[in-house]
Design a protein around this ligand. Structure first.
Ligand code: AMP
Ligand code: MG
Length: 337
């Protein structure tokens, strides 16, 4: 299959491919998504094939307006509308009870569905023209870092999907926050662009699923099935060093082998001048770190580094999402200094 390269002006072409059951790489503010018509089971099945995604890992449905929620969800709590008013369009996915119209293949047979209204103008335009909810996971091969540019998406998907729309680099850089509203209190399943603190401002108490901060044991089942899989992993093993940035940089400088790669805050790059370095962003700028985290992990796959060491921000604000992605890339191999 030849994968078409589309531009933001090609909204109608992208929507037409979706409507006839094809697969399209779509820019969103979080990461690039691999989209299909979410009401077409056969098209959605092709997403799983293209990614090599396990069948038990459900997809998120993307809609252009919060008003569409009622078509696909039932028993919607007031908190969902409050969150939509506060943070949609934006990087927030709500888990709600689904209506029978939503195909089993989207939800992996669960009676809930993840719903998101994305903010990226190109994505919204495609959703509006297609007039279908678009099922889309991140556009990477299963297990690899999520793509935040069209080029990264093509690294994994060229020849496997119908088209990619190049909407430029993603503004957030990590996937959406997922909050389960079918439970009391609501539960954070995956940290992302909307912070835990922002959720608490609207919802009050929010439980944090254990899968966010630690490795799941063999008998444990995280509520977001995707959280149990090895994820975001570059080819070389990753060690995360968390704690005060001065100390984590010193620890890495002392312990990393001469050939090892380093992911560090910008200020500390000179310490690692002899090594392969990917800068995450300034230590105090988590927005910049979120935008770079997946690119940094991906970049090492083009080098022969035997191991990767990474500095990690504190878990407040966006730090929780960045730390979660780094820790998962490291299989939760984390050293606290
Ligand atoms: P991705 O689109 O690659 O970011 O993956 C979607 C994430 O949403 C995965 O971790 C899924 O397990 C999670 N997810 C999607 N639908 C549901 C649902 N109904 N309940 C819980 N988690 C879900
Ligand atoms: Mg993903």
């Amino acid at each position: 299959m030849q994968t078409l390269r589309l531009t933001p002006e090609d909204t109608a072409a992208a929507a037409a491919i979706l409507r006839r059951g094809g697969l399209v790489g779509i820019p969103t503010e979080t990461v690039y998504g691999l989209g299909a018509d979410g009401l077409n089971s056969e098209a959605v099945a092709h997403i799983f094939e293209a990614k090599g995604r396990p069948q038990d890992n459900p997809l998120i449905l993307h809609i252009p307006e919060a008003g569409w929620l009622d078509w696909y969800c039932r028993d919607i709590p007031d908190s969902a509308y409050a969150l939509a008013r506060a943070y949609w369009p934006g990087p927030l996915t709500m888990i709600l009870r689904r209506k029978p119209l939503v195909p089993d293949v989207v939800t992996a047979g669960l009676d809930t569905v993840g719903m998101r209204c994305p903010a990226h103008p190109v994505c919204r335009a495609i959703l509006r023209v297609a007039q279908v909810p678009v099922a889309a996971p991140s556009g990477n091969t299963s297990g690899r870092p999520s793509p935040t540019t069209a080029a990264h998406m093509l690294e994994d998907m060229d020849g496997r999907i119908d088209a990619v729309v190049d909407g430029g680099p993603c503004a957030v850089g990590v996937e959406s926050t997922i909050v389960d509203l079918t439970e009391t209190p609501p539960r954070l399943l995956r940290p992302g662009g909307i912070t835990l603190e922002q959720l608490e401002a609207v919802l009050g108490e929010v439980a944090v699923d254990p899968a966010v901060t630690r490795l799941m044991g063999a008998g444990e089942r995280p509520r977001a099935p995707g959280m149990k899989y090895r994820h975001y992993a570059p080819r070389a093993p990753v060690t995360v060093v968390a704690g005060d940035p001065q100390k984590s940089a010193a620890y890495i400088a002392q312990h990393a082998g001469a050939e090892d790669g380093v992911i560090c805050f910008d200020e500390f790059a000179p310490l690692f001048a002899e090594r392969d370095v990917e800068k995450l962003g300034p230590a105090a700028d988590k927005g910049e770190q979120a935008r770079h985290i997946f690119d940094a992990l991906r970049a090492f796959d083009h080098t022969g580094v035997p191991a990767i060491w990474a500095q990690c921000p504190d878990p407040s604000g966006l730090g929780l999402a960045i730390a979660n992605r780094l820790n998962k890339a490291a299989g939760f191999h984390v050293i606290q200094v």
